[in-house]
Design a protein around this ligand. Sequence first.
Ligand code: SF4
Ligand code: SF4
Length: 215
Amino acid sequence: MEQDEKLTRKLKRYCYKNGIDIVGFADPGLFDRYQKYNAPEYFLEGTKTVIVIGIHLFDINLDAWTLDSKHNWQFADSVLETYCSKLGNFLLKRGYISKIISYAPGFFLKEAAALAGLGAIGKNNLLITEKFGSQVRLRALITNAPLKYGKPIFESTYCENCTKCIDACPPQAFVNGKYIKSICRPYNLAHLTKLSDNTSIWCNVCIKACPIGKS
Ligand code: SF4
Ligand code: SF4
């Protein structure tokens, strides 16, 4: 498939100008490794590119959740949805359709980011980007625009000889190096940092412990 380098450059410029910190492009064919409902064709027939965008959580308050009987907001996710809508309009003006994809049901976003070449999955079970470490939030949209793919990253060179995130985890949620959600989640729920009655921040220890992107 011919990839439109000019449009890719324009889209990247548009992203950075509008405050998106990272953007990458993945080949939909690489998602064959997942279940069909975690792959682009399930959501948009004729998908030619998976676009993954991210923002840097430069202030941990951006990662806050608000939850009451009527609302359920994650602030960074809301910002990312708005950015994705803008990108959708950008593409539509140039004759391409797109669709915003969430996490569930949807893609494994950090894996999608790694397939787009934005970083590696680290021992902390998160995406590690060169510039921001794991302090990023991600969102994806798929499009029939033929954009230029990044180089997929399948292994983390950052993690060689490092176990800082594993050592720092309060409930020891990494067992034999493997992240165990059933240990992490209950710990998080029991130790929320409350910003107000309805707004809290989850544990961020393994992210903070990672030295990548700190400079
Ligand atoms: S979020 Fe907290 S509990 Fe979960 S793996 Fe990271 S450090 Fe451990
Ligand atoms: S703290 Fe070390 S082992 Fe953990 S994700 Fe970062 S580089 Fe990898």
